[in-house]
Design a protein around this ligand. Structure first.
Ligand SMILES: [Zn+2]
Length: 385
């Protein structure tokens, strides 16, 4: 994943940093669990690596200087659950989608177009401040609402798949939305459970025993459960099923937080009305519905996500020796996560993207802004919970 992303970055227009660059006078949020805040900090970068992080001015002789006075510098966001084959505009999904994708990928021209589309989606994510993604496939194999709760692989199949992946040095994630699915997955070696469900005693114990992580993707569920059908244009069947599922995952994640099960955040972008540039919404919704502090949500999306993906020694925090992956915003993101959605600058492996701009879908952004008008029943500490 990291290698691929680096190659991809090289193909994009950006400002290459030669020699040492010093980012001066920023308030740094460091991406650790404590989410340490350093005032008037200096971060120096060379060859894509953070060389030093110090509070107050530090000697930066010979370095190119970038003045970040009044701004916040934090680790680039990590999205652990991304579907690049789709831009968030709703598509009709039916049982023939997988076959259609298959046949399209057999054709050179279609493959070229698909590659370009996926690259554009990744570029959008990067410019919006997501410096690391983990993609989790691009086709749906469910035919109707409710099918997503079924366990579609046998225990033996899961065991063979995870054993083979682990032998090759990969981690394994599984889209799982039921207690039975979580049990079968964890028991047979899956490392991260995507989406999740409510957790019983047995599952909590299994998560701990296996040191497995639970990945929240609450954004698409919140959108589908909260927006009235006449506004979203989505079938009633979907919103009814999402209403129930939303209650279940809220229960599951609140319990996971209390039990200190590792939690990562993913956006599930590519789902209906989930664009590649709204990772800030996942942090916002997660905080709002699960009832955690903003610092906790930001840690999940940075330092903790990196650790879960097995790249905690490479990225995720603002520390000496880590990749220079960060985003810079105009004001404190912990007071309002939407500020993450409008970065002044993104730095990925030391390359600087100033005042990044990308194609936004205004009608989708406006529609999703409405979720909070209809979500009172789900809000932590609110009347409905
Ligand atoms: Zn997914």
């Amino acid at each position: 994943m990291h290698k691929g992303m680096t190659a991809f970055l090289r193909s994009m227009a950006s400002e290459k940093t030669k020699g040492m660059t010093a980012f001066l006078h920023a308030t740094v949020l460091d991406g650790t669990k404590e989410m340490k805040r350093l005032e008037d900090a200096t971060v120096t970068v060379e060859d894509g690596i953070i060389m030093s992080v110090e509070e107050g001015g530090c000697p930066t002789k010979g370095a190119r200087r970038v003045n970040l006075s009044g701004k916040y510098l934090l680790p680039g966001l990590i999205n652990l659950h991304c579907h690049l084959a789709g831009d968030g505009r709703p598509q009709k999904i039916d049982s023939s989608t997988a076959e259609l994708m298959q046949s399209q990928m057999e054709n050179d021209m279609a493959r070229f177009i698909m590659k370009k589309m996926v690259a554009d989606c990744a570029k959008t994510a990067l410019l919006s401040g997501i410096t690391t993604i983990r993609t989790v496939g691009g086709t749906m194999d469910i035919e109707k609402p409710g099918d997503e709760r079924k366990v579609l692989m046998t225990e033996e199949e899961i065991a063979v798949a995870t054993r083979t992946a682990h032998e090759l040095g990969y981690k394994v994630s599984a889209h799982v939305q039921s207690a039975d699915g979580i049990f079968a997955s964890l028991k047979n070696g899956v490392d991260t459970i995507e989406h999740g469900a409510s957790l019983n005693e047995k599952l909590v114990a299994l998560f701990k025993e296996r040191n497995a992580a639970l990945i929240s993707t609450i954004t698409p569920v919140a959108i589908m459960a909260c927006l009235p059908n006449e506004l979203s244009g989505l079938p009633k069947l979907y919103s009814e099923s999402c209403e129930l599922y939303m209650r279940e995952i809220i229960k599951g994640f609140r319990r996971a937080v209390a039990e200190e099960i590792p939690i990562g955040l993913g956006l599930d972008d590519g789902s209906p009305y989930v664009t590649h540039y709204c990772m800030w919404r996942e942090l916002d919704f997660f905080t709002r519905y699960i009832g955690v502090k903003p610092e906790f949500a930001l840690w999940c999306a940075t330092g903790q996500n990196a650790k879960i993906a097995g790249i905690g020694d490479v990225t995720g925090t603002i520390e000496r020796g880590k990749a220079a992956d960060f985003l810079i915003v105009g004001d404190d993101p912990l007071a309002d996560f939407s500020r993450l959605g409008a970065p002044c600058m993104v730095v990925a492996r030391g390359e600087i993207y100033k005042r990044p701009k990308w194609k936004r879908y205004k009608e989708i952004d406006d529609m999703v802004d409405n979720v909070k008008k209809y979500d009172a029943r789900f809000v932590a500490g609110g009347s409905g919970t």
